[in-house]
Design a binder for this molecule. Sequence first.
Ligand code: DHE
Length: 519
Amino acid sequence: MRWRWLSLLALLLAAPAAAQPDGAALYAQHCAACHGGERLGGMGPALLPENMGRLRPAQAATVIAQGRAATRMPGFADQLSPPEIEALAAHIFRPAPANLRWDAAEIEASRQVLAPPERLPARPVFDADPLNLFLVVETGDHHVTVLDGDRFAPIHRFPTRPALHGGPKFSPDGRFTYLMSRDGWVTKYDIHGLQPVAEVRVGINSRNLALSSDGRFVAVANYLPRSLVLLDAGDLSVKRVIPAVALRGGATSRVSAVYDARPRRSFVVAMKDIPEIWEVSYDDNAPPVFTGLVHNYEKGMVEGLAASQGLFALRRIAVEEPLDDFMFDPAYRHLLGSAREGKTVVVNLTVGRPVAEVPLEGLPHLGSGITWTQDGRRLLATPNLRRPEVSVIDMADWKVAARIPTDGPGFFLRSHERTPYAWTDSMMGGPGARDTIQVIDKRSLEVVRRLRPAPGRTAAHVEFTRDGRYALVSVWEDDGAVVVYDAESLAEVTRLPMRKPSGKYNVFNKITLSEGTSH
Ligand code: DHE
């Protein structure tokens, strides 16, 4: 009897533990068709850690189990067990394949011309001022609404790639817009013809795009792979892929953002991981780069002073720490950038070095900063992602001129030449703050009115009509709205239902570089 018990125990100990679900195999069976065999995306978004944003594995497991509303992502709870779902969630957080390539060849292979120039209409196919249109990016169900800014009526609504990020950019005449998704898709869209023109995938995880002021080139900042991509703005064909590699030591960097610097005829590029700011000229006759050393990627070597010139000449400005969020003064002579630990630095682009430090605490969101002139002083104001204030800086001496208390940390700030007010949100604050837009008087530097477009629901992102008479505010919810206010009386004029309208962009204000909006 004793032997029988002992052999049963031995059998139990020898039995293999319950097999762990194989995340990779489950991915291949259930996910690869939409999200791509290598997790690089397809009909669905890329599933790599860099592309997850703030989503954590536990939240990813919930999405896998229940699906995502208003998308094609179904729930798998009735097909997969909880351990299988967990294994899948763990699998999609594994690092990107080491041999990941997304170079000129891959980019070019993804490119499609959807409407060749001869198929584009000679004039707008709608009856509205084409310069007073708004593009409203609705991230709730991945669409853009083209809104008539005089009648506040939608003209058209079209689907976009999932998760557009950053402001759409406009051709100098306002006819075309360029949209970018976090998955690296760039779409060129004909606003007059209301149709997509071309599309290309420039990266696996991208940050934002810029259009050269002459309308010839699109530049895209990538986190994955770590590169800056330059495209022909006509058909989106690749002009140049520049790997983001430090001048010294060969360290690579994520590229945080790229901006057009119109008077300089260059793109200015923010690096996340290396203490350099790049300036890439789009002037065919760019004079030799006099400041700093240059890395000539075509020759694959570092060259000395004045070695790079002409189209895409690359200049590097050394800074103490990476500056990955910045804004410019109106003449593009200086940039104001935030380093880690909250240090804000002023870099003179002409001489190519930092010239001042601004004592700002928290995390100023300089990408949303605006400027205006008051009593002969040029002032710059920025919201703060961590502190409940809008900071105002006097650009003559880079000193803090005012700290305007707000209800909570904010993300966006907007104004217009023809209004005395600047509008900001508190969307990074608590439930009692997130629903409030604060109207700041640019003369007294005080909050003079609080607006609650939908009490209890997040309010953020303002944009003005081309004449500055009306301000459009987002109720930033899936069943949200764009609420139109009279910019003088601050009374509500109308509201239009929208699906999480993350941002709205007025064609005229953008192409004229209105001082109250982002560029
Ligand atoms: Fe943005 C613009 C960076 C998170 C909505 N955001 C920008 C720009 C940068 C930037 C550099 C300017 C690019 C441009 O317009 O060309 N954003 C970052 C971040 O580093 C951050 C904090 C983290 C991240 O995951 O990237 C971040 N951004 C967000 C969001 O979570 C927001 C609120 C929702 C979303 O859609 O992802 C968001 N960002 C926006 C919007 C703009 C933007 C709507 C365009 C603002 C404009 O009016 O021009």
